[in-house]
Design a protein around this ligand. Structure first.
Ligand SMILES: Cc1cc2nc3c(=O)[nH]c(=O)nc-3n(C[C@H](O)[C@H](O)[C@H](O)COP(=O)(O)OP(=O)(O)OC[C@H]3O[C@@H](n4cnc5c(N)ncnc54)[C@H](O)[C@@H]3O)c2cc1C
Length: 481
């Protein structure tokens, strides 16, 4: 980014205190200063100094644009950072991190702002906004794409597809690449190419100490292992390098069941995905408005795909298949900003118990609840559980329960449905994709990472002992775990 938009008002003690009072004390400067062992005046003047040295835009609650900038995609979260720095370069990121460490100020990282849990903003934290880290470089000969820490999926895919190349990504073009890939990725093409974190070849990371490290095979091995699944727990990732693959087309059969015998359709789906070729993408979805559908896509040539899809057509013969072809689209399905409650689960398969819970969830959520379940198979499934931090290995189904509302009076209904069926799925699936769950307590995060948690906690203790980076599904430093 070339813009230099330092807040015209700057940061003054007066505006800080006025704003703090006006927002019901959300800024909590007193306790922040106390935690840092300085007076409130020193704290405010330190923040003022930071604002002056940052090249990018710096906003505080007194600034024009603060309320717009602190908004995240999921409007269910309404949080007030102490300040938001749209870092223009690596030095800005380092300055912010160093300031935060000296003042015991939690850091939030804003990549694409699409965290379901609203993690890009946190009360009383310093936000590092990576929107200016938006460059994408494609080396078509080495088949590598290097992206800035704030790049969105649509920008990455626009650049790679222009060269006939792609790397597994998610379905919405507005989502941040780093926020998705650092947590693992629920991605298209993972059966053939692995999921997003499996394609990370290297990264640049600013640690809590303000050190800039290169990560890759043989370079800061522990951190390189940890960022492939451990999310934003270990520092600010300012660059990621991804392996690229030839762009693909998939041949798709979709079966629409509406609201009839969803449990039966789920059981058949479960049988079909028990053993599938790597070229298969499959999903089962319940749309709160239109009901259930199953989809199978086959990546490859048309004749092989048609032969394979016959198996699905004969299993689901009670409905006619809708056939189409799918080529990755940089924009994807763009989902506009909304208020939504979510929970996730990673199922080993569709057991009778899971089919019953999901069929009940579908009927209870008719009109307002969605269930999205995607198959994780092939290459992504075969990576060893401890080869990366990402714990969702083995063939399975990554499931997202979500319920949106636009009227405040509908919020409780949505939250209740998600909580009830999320809890009903828990005994059937201890694991879940960390990007699909609400802000969660340490026990759940420990359970999800399972065998990988102790190593993650040790790496966290080494690189972020004060847990500066805690606006995420948090891994506690080993000493505190
Ligand atoms: C509409 C929608 C569709 C989605 N579809 C998919 C999908 O198909 N597949 C899938 O896997 N997920 C999907 N997700 C979930 C998505 O992966 C997460 O919400 C992810 O956190 C979004 O990343 P972000 O950068 O946009 O979010 P942000 O809110 O900006 O960041 C969330 C967190 O990610 C971490 N983070 C982000 N950038 C960095 C960085 N550069 N360095 C260090 N840490 C960083 C930080 O901890 C940060 O708090 C979807 C979400 C939405 C809202």
């Amino acid at each position: 980014m070339t813009t230099r938009e330092i807040n015209a008002q700057g940061w003054t003690r007066r505006s800080a205190l006025t704003a703090g009072l006006a927002s019901g004390g959300a800024l909590a400067l007193g306790p922040r200063a106390q935690a840092a062992g300085v007076s409130e005046t020193e704290f405010v003047s330190g923040l003022d100094g930071l604002a002056r040295t940052i090249q990018g835009r710096f906003l505080t609650s007194g600034s024009r644009g603060y309320d717009e900038a602190r908004k995240v995609w999921n409007l269910a979260y309404d949080r007030h950072p102490i300040a938001m720095a749209r870092c223009a370069d690596l030095d800005d990121v380092r300055r912010c991190v160093e300031f935060a460490r000296r003042h015991a100020l939690p850091v939030t990282i804003h990549g694409g702002g699409h965290s379901y849990a609203g993690f890009a903003a946190a009360d009383s934290a310093l936000q590092i906004d990576l929107g200016a880290f938006n460059a994408v470089k494609v080396d078509k000969h080495r088949r590598v794409a290097s992206v800035g820490g704030g790049v969105r999926i649509r920008d990455l895919l626009t650049a790679t597809l222009a060269e006939g190349l792609i790397t597994p990504m998610g379905s919405c073009g507005d989502v941040g690449v780093a926020g998705l890939a650092l947590a693992g990725g629920d991605t298209a093409g993972r059966g053939l190419f692995g999921t997003a974190c499996d394609n990370i070849l290297g990264a640049e990371l600013v640690t809590a100490d303000g050190e800039v490290l290169e990560l890759g095979p043989g370079r800061n091995k522990d951190l390189f292992w940890a960022i492939r699944g451990g999310g934003g727990n270990f520092g600010v990732v300012t660059r990621l390098d991804f392996r690229l693959h030839p762009a693909w087309t998939s041949y798709v059969a979709q079966f629409d069941f509406g609201w009839s015998d969803i449990g039966g359709a789920l059981r058949i789906f479960g049988d079909l995905v028990r053993d599938v070729p790597d070229a298969v993408r499959a999903g089962f979805e319940v749309d709160g408005q239109s009901g259930a559908s199953a989809t199978c896509g086959f990546i490859g040539d048309a004749a092989t795909a048609a032969a394979y899809l016959e198996r699905w057509k004969s299993s689901f013969r009670r409905v006619e298949a809708r056939m189409s072809t799918f080529t990755p689209d940089p924009k994807g399905e763009v989902w506009t900003t909304t208020s939504v409650a979510v929970d996730g689960a990673f199922l080993d398969g569709v057991s009778d118990g899971a089919a019953d819970v999901l069929a009940r969830a579908a009927m209870a959520g008719r009109g307002f609840g969605d269930i999205i379940m995607g198959l994780s198979n092939g290459v992504a499934a075969r990576v060893g559980m401890t080869d990366t931090a990402y714990p969702l290995r083995g063939t399975g189904l990554s499931l997202l329960l979500s319920s949106e509302w636009s009227r405040p009076e509908d919020r409780a209904r949505s939250e209740h449905w998600v909580a009830e069926y999320g809890a009903a799925l828990r005994p059937l699936a201890r694991r879940a994709y960390v990007n699909y769950i609400p802000p969660s307590p340490p026990e759940r995060i420990r359970e999800i990472y399972g065998v990988n948690y102790p190593r993650l906690a040790r790496i966290k203790a080494r690189y972020d002992p004060a847990n500066l980076f805690r606006s995420n599904q948090n891994i506690l430093p080993a000493s505190a775990a």
